[in-house]
Unconditional design. Sequence first.
Length: 348
Amino acid sequence: MEKMTYKNSGVDIDAGNESVQLIKNSVRSTYRPEVLGDLGGFGGLFALKNYDEPILVSGTDGVGTKLKIAFMLDKHDTIGQDAVAMCVNDILVQGAEPLFFLDYLAVGKLEPKKVAEIVGGVARACKESDCALIGGETAEMSGFYPRGEYDIAGFAVGVVEKKNLITSARVKVGDILIGLPSSGLHSNGFSLVRKIIFEHKKFKPNDKIDGLQKNIGEEILTPTRLYPATCLPIIKKFGEKLHGMVHITGGGFYDNIPRALPEGLGVEIDCDAWNVPTIFKLLQAWGNVDWREMFRTFNCGIGMILIVDELAVDELAAHLNENYEEFYKIGRVVEGAGVKISGGVFND
């Protein structure tokens, strides 16, 4: 009888070690001064400094079925940004500066070069967010994931001074909603996206579509925008004038905005304030999706919302213009409850 080994059962320890060597430089490039030690320890070490009453804010998320698009295109260098962005954007809305990130990558068959592509994307996104990639786990799970497929999730930890924590407490009637553009679909609603594009319309990933600059696969694989570099200076500069923030993720406008509002308040949004990007209009038309369902499932072109004191809007607009940031005044806080959206697409 042939001697059995871990390798011939589907797990290659040597390939795992090779993967670590391939990602070392990418990971180290994300280190902040507070990081202690190096790769290879059983835990990541981070020295928290210069805070009086630090509040740690944590978040975790995955990429979801958007991964299927990466598999279809055999393109794996951007999906890591989605994992990072979904986490750091979430903790950002409470005023937290992202400090460090950990990733979890589970694969059917460990391919070191592919792992390096995926983790390279994680590292680039961490570096752009000034968030140290302090640790992670790569698990080879033969017989669990089909060969060529994988899953990735992320975990972010940030910090904010207790006095600067953003909650719903300051939000009041008359506050203005400033929308920051998304980069596209981000990482939400992909079960519906794939059903419309590949099952209903039967498009192929490399198909060219009128109105889109990229082929359909590349368009929907566009990574989630990272908002820390834009929003952290705003949080610091505007302080109590910034009453709230909303990351538009799963649940879209209708489910996410109320999370940032106190009881008894709602918002009115005018979707004519920005041009809903073509990909959303195409998905709506191809799938005959009600626009309310679109705004409950997708970001429809707005990935982050700042809820600002009405008296500070001009100052914030000047700051955004000075930093060449695109933005839209999309609505206001009102008495009542829930989210009311009006505008052209709802009148079609």
